[in-house]
Design a protein around this ligand. Structure first.
Ligand SMILES: C[S@@+](CC[C@H](N)C(=O)[O-])C[C@H]1O[C@@H](n2cnc3c(N)ncnc32)[C@H](O)[C@@H]1O
Length: 184
């Protein structure tokens, strides 16, 4: 049996889409891995996220953090994501489950993003990406903003708390900067 060409093209397109979904964002700083539910709970609880907060997830993936922050903690949330397929998923989730008035999705490179309005910044990125992010955080964070990171710390910053079980690091800006002077 000879398959029509369009079946082959459709198959190749699916493979390419899956490969892109899994690997493309490596080039930007971190591959895709959703933070587990228990970790997200710890991140949002440690950062004391609430209805007065505007949380940015820099590298939002498929929304494990932003939708919980908005739905269960009452916050407003912005997800910045570079991968267009994940952005489609994020927009679909927002459209289907909302809350549309409190969740925004930004398609783009987090290193070009403006998060000066954030009261909480959440990240789950690789070490090199974290190092590149630090000067941007220091340039944009307002006093009182919390930064919560899963798995990798912000090198040179002093955490307010560390949960060893879930590898969640919480920082408060500008207090976190004290670590730099002590060579942390
Ligand atoms: C480890 S996943 C974390 C996803 C989500 N924050 C979570 O905790 O479930 C990292 C995400 O960051 C995205 N990412 C990597 N580099 C990025 C960049 N420069 N700009 C925007 N997003 C980026 C990846 O596409 C991926 O979805």
């Amino acid at each position: 049996m000879v398959l029509p060409y369009w079946v082959l093209y459709a198959f190749l397109a699916c493979i390419a889409a899956i490969a892109y979904f899994l690997y493309a964002s490596f080039a930007f700083g971190a591959g895709y891995q959703p933070a587990p539910r228990s970790v997200v709970t710890r991140m949002l609880a440690d950062a004391a996220v609430g209805p007065d907060d505007l949380l940015f997830d820099l590298g939002a993936g498929t929304g494990a953090i932003i939708f919980r922050a908005a739905r269960e903690f009452g916050a407003s949330a912005v997800g910045v994501e570079v991968d267009p397929l994940r952005v489609l998923i994020l927009r679909f989730r927002r459209w289907v489950g909302g809350p549309r008035d409190r969740v925004r999705i930004q398609w783009g490179n987090l290193y070009g993003s403006d998060f000066r309005t954030a009261s909480v910044v959440a990240v789950f990125l690789w070490p090199e990406a974290m190092e590149r992010l630090r000067p941007l955080l220091e340039a944009q964070l307002r006093p009182g903003t919390r930064v919560v990171s899963h798995w990798h710390p912000v090198k040179g910053w002093e955490p307010t708390s560390v949960d060893a079980a879930t590898r969640v690091y919480l920082y408060r800006w500008p207090e976190a900067r004290r670590g730099a002077s002590r060579g942390i």
